[in-house]
Design a protein around this ligand. Structure first.
Ligand SMILES: [Zn+2]
Length: 175
């Protein structure tokens, strides 16, 4: 017996991510991929108010799976969201997006930090269609060995005490 495994990546889109791929035309690149399945909820579709996005959606409609998550999954996500305090930041639509991703073991395309936060807790992988996730950059600074002042590597001596003895430190900064 030969087992053929077709690995399909499922991605649930939230409203802003779906709007973006529709308006930029990126949706056409996504729907032709055999190993990709695009899902969303009826709540998201009802929020596509933009006319260009609606026209694009109509043209790819048969390639997008629009489905509601089961009620028990919605209830579960609501419960976890209340526990973590994310509930107030999540709309009813956001909850359906997370519940569907959880149910279908899918990834989530979102730019929304509240959705990202809860998705992480649920073990749902996040994709960004903007590639605008929080990134950390490392910068190198000098730290004075005498007075512990942290200063720029461009300076030759400590601006506080004038000492030239320093160690290099790495600092993580959000971009
Ligand atoms: Zn100093």
């Amino acid at each position: 017996m030969i087992l053929v495994s077709n690995v399909v990546t499922k991605i649930v889109f939230d409203t802003s991510s779906l709007l973006r791929v529709l308006k930029t035309g990126k949706i056409y690149e996504l729907v032709i991929k055999d190993d990709l399945q695009i899902l969303t909820t009826p709540e998201v579709v009802s929020e596509l108010k933009d006319e260009a996005a609606q026209i694009a959606f109509e043209s790819v409609k048969d390639k997008i799976i629009v489905m509601s998550p089961q009620r028990e999954n919605v209830t579960l996500i609501r419960k976890i969201a209340s526990e973590t305090g994310d509930k107030i930041k999540l709309s009813k639509t956001d909850i359906t997006v997370l519940a569907l991703a959880y149910q279908e073991k899918a990834k989530v395309a979102t730019e929304d930090f509240a959705i990202q936060n809860l998705a992480k807790k649920l073990g749902i992988e996040i994709l960004s269609v903007l590639n605008r996730r929080i990134r950390k950059r490392i910068i190198i600074r000098k730290k004075c060995m005498v007075c512990k002042t942290v200063y720029s590597v461009e300076l030759d001596e400590c601006p506080e005490c004038g000492s030239k003895k320093y160690i290099l430190i790495r600092k993580k900064v959000k971009e």
